[in-house]
Write a protein that binds this ligand. Structure first.
Ligand code: GRF
Length: 196
C-alpha cells in the first residue's frame, strides 16, 4: 500500500473523492491529512472518518525540515494537494520529487499562479472569453502551478455559463479525474517499491 498525505485548506470535496477511491480498492491509503486553516471543513471530515488530521500554522508548514521529518515519520510515499494554496518548502519538494500531485481548475498555463484559485479562476475564464476550460493535474515544484503536467481534461465554455456554473462542472470533472491520477501514480510507486 502506498501511504498518501493530503494537504487541503478548504471543503475537501476532492479529498473525499480520493478517500472513496481508496476504499474502492485504490492501492493507497489516506494516512494523513494536513491543513493550514483550523476552520477548514476538511479537518472535521477527516476526523469523522478516522484519518489522522493535523492543523499546522503557515510558519510550521513553511519549515521544510519540520514538515519533511513529519512526512517521513508517518512513512508517507505520496503527497496530494487538494485545495492547498501555499507553496511547499524546497526540502519537501526535493525529497518528494515526482511524488507530489496538484490539481488546478483550469487548462494551465492559462489562469494559474499565485492568487488564482476557486472562483477567481472561473471569473478569469469568463472574462477572457475562452471557448474551453478544464482541469490540469500536475507534479509540484517550487513555483505555483508550474510543475510538469500529467493530464488535462477540457470542457466547452457554453454561452450560458458563468463562474458559478463553471465551478460546478469543473468540480465534477475533478472528482472523476483526480482519484484516477492518484491511483495511477500510486500504482507506479508501488511497482518501483517492489523492484527497488
Ligand atoms: C479544487 O477546485 C482544486 O482544483 C483546487 O482547489 C479546489 C479544492 O476544492 N486546487 P475542494 O476543497 O477539494 O472541494
Amino acid at each position: 500500500m502506498i501511504r498518501v498525505a493530503i494537504l487541503a485548506s478548504g471543503t475537501g470535496s476532492n479529498a473525499r473523492a480520493i478517500y472513496a477511491d481508496a476504499l474502492q480498492g485504490g492501492p493507497y491509503k489516506l494516512a494523513l491529512l494536513m491543513s493550514n486553516r483550523s476552520v477548514a471543513p476538511v479537518l472535521n471530515w477527516a476526523e469523522s472518518v478516522g484519518i489522522p488530521a493535523f492543523c499546522w500554522t503557515n510558519l510550521e508548514m513553511a519549515n521544510g525540515s519540520l514538515l519533511l521529518r513529519f512526512l517521513k515519520d508517518n512513512q508517507i510515499d505520496l503527497v496530494v494537494l487538494a485545495g492547498y494554496l501555499r507553496l511547499l518548502p524546497k526540502e519537501v519538494v526535493e525529497a518528494y520529487s515526482g511524488r507530489i500531485l496538484n490539481i488546478h481548475p483550469s487548462l494551465l498555463p492559462l489562469h494559474g499562479g499565485k492568487g488564482m484559485y476557486g472562483k477567481h479562476v472561473h471569473e478569469a475564464v469568463i472574462a477572457s472569453g475562452d471557448a474551453q476550460t478544464g482541469i490540469t493535474i500536475h507534479l509540484v515544484n517550487e513555483e505555483f502551478d508550474r510543475g510538469p503536467i500529467l493530464e488535462q481534461v477540457s470542457i466547452p465554455v457554453e454561452a450560458s455559463d458563468d463562474a458559478v456554473s463553471l465551478a460546478e462542472k469543473i468540480h465534477a470533472l475533478e472528482h472523476k479525474s483526480y482519484p484516477l491520477a492518484v491511483r495511477r501514480l500510486a500504482e507506479t510507486l508501488l511497482q518501483q517499491k517492489h523492484h527497488g
